[in-house]
Design a protein around this ligand. Structure first.
Ligand SMILES: O=C(O)CCC(=O)C(=O)O
Ligand SMILES: [Fe+2]
Length: 295
């Protein structure tokens, strides 16, 4: 039977039909069962996007920190402090990336069609940092028992290779999205042997999209080779949540090129109210999102 064609769950049917079109049904199954997946650069169809995202990131980094990295492949020094959130409206290539249809299908699978991009951060990492990020969950403020659906989704553009442990990859604990926050020494299970927590290293070439349910336990290991790991992190949330980043002005040019930006970035919200509900047409989608986890 062709279930997505039967119209029994219209919100889900749309997502599943897109998934079939883009050949990512197996990725959605990984996400549903294990909590994470990696979509290959070929499937993302973003071959030319990767170098442009890297270039834009290094440009904004230079502007924010005053530090220029001439060659990310060989750079082996210290990275300067920089504002890690608030990247989306800094360069049009970031907006181009969030219009990738494979990316959007996955964001919607996890947070519903009303899900929105709550923030964009950049992580740069050289072997100078000598730091293993403890295992944690990004589902801040969500008490246990956690819902069966994702409240947060992390869609990370891997802009450099994550092929070996030396690259300093993210580590993830498959299945942990169903539980609770890690406690005590559980947070160190990726750097010390642990009897029941078995983290794995994320693996994918530059240009992959790594996606995990935000509830999932993850951290990272230090980088031990020259060069800079470059990651663009996009966090999606459900419509009832508060965005991570402060609302910024979308320029008239950006709005003209991408009229869906206010919706995608979660600017079209019903809450908080001022004196009156200014946009009553926003009420129904929010209520529908409470009826159906894919809405
Ligand atoms: O640097 C990493 O690989 C992990 C980053 C992280 O915790 C996150 O993106 O939420
Ligand atoms: Fe995290």
């Amino acid at each position: 039977m062709d279930l997505p064609a039967l119209g029994t769950n219209p919100e889900l049917d749309d997502i599943m039909q897109s998934a079939r079109k883009f050949d990512i049904e197996e990725n959605l199954l990984d996400l549903a069962m294990y909590g994470f997946t990696v979509v290959s650069p070929e499937r993302m169809g973003t071959k030319d996007l990767t170098p442009r995202l890297r270039k834009a990131i290094l440009g904004v980094y230079e502007r924010r920190s005053g530090h220029k990295i001439a060659d990310w492949e060989t750079y082996d020094g210290k990275l300067e402090k920089f504002q890690s959130w608030g990247w989306l409206l800094e360069d049009d290539v970031f907006l181009e990336a969030i219009h990738n249809p494979v990316y959007q299908t996955i964001g919607q699978f996890l947070t519903g069609k009303s899900g929105f991009l709550a923030g964009a951060a950049v992580i740069l990492k050289s072997q100078h940092q000598e730091f293993d990020l403890p295992l944690h969950s990004d589902s801040h403020g969500v008490p246990p028992p956690w819902p069966s659906f994702a409240t947060y989704a992390n869609l990370s553009w891997l802009l450099t290779d994550y092929l070996t442990e030396e690259d300093g990859p993210t580590v993830l604990v498959p299945g942990s999205q169903r539980g609770r926050m890690p406690r005590g020494s559980e947070s160190r299970a990726h750097v010390e042997e642990h009897d029941y927590i078995k983290p794995i290293h994320l693996n994918g070439p530059a240009g992959s999209l790594a996606v995990w349910n935000g509830a999932m336990w993850h951290g990272s290991v230090r980088r031990t080779v020259p060069g800079v790991r470059i990651t663009l992190v996009n966090v999606w949330q459900r419509v009832y949540m508060r965005p991570i980043e402060r609302v910024k002005e979308i320029s008239p040019e950006q709005l003209e090129r991408w009229p869906d930006l206010p919706r995608l970035l979660g600017y079209e919200r019903i809450y908080p109210y001022q004196n009156e509900i200014a946009n009553p047409e926003r009420i129904e989608p929010t209520i529908q999102a409470g009826r159906d986890q894919y809405a």
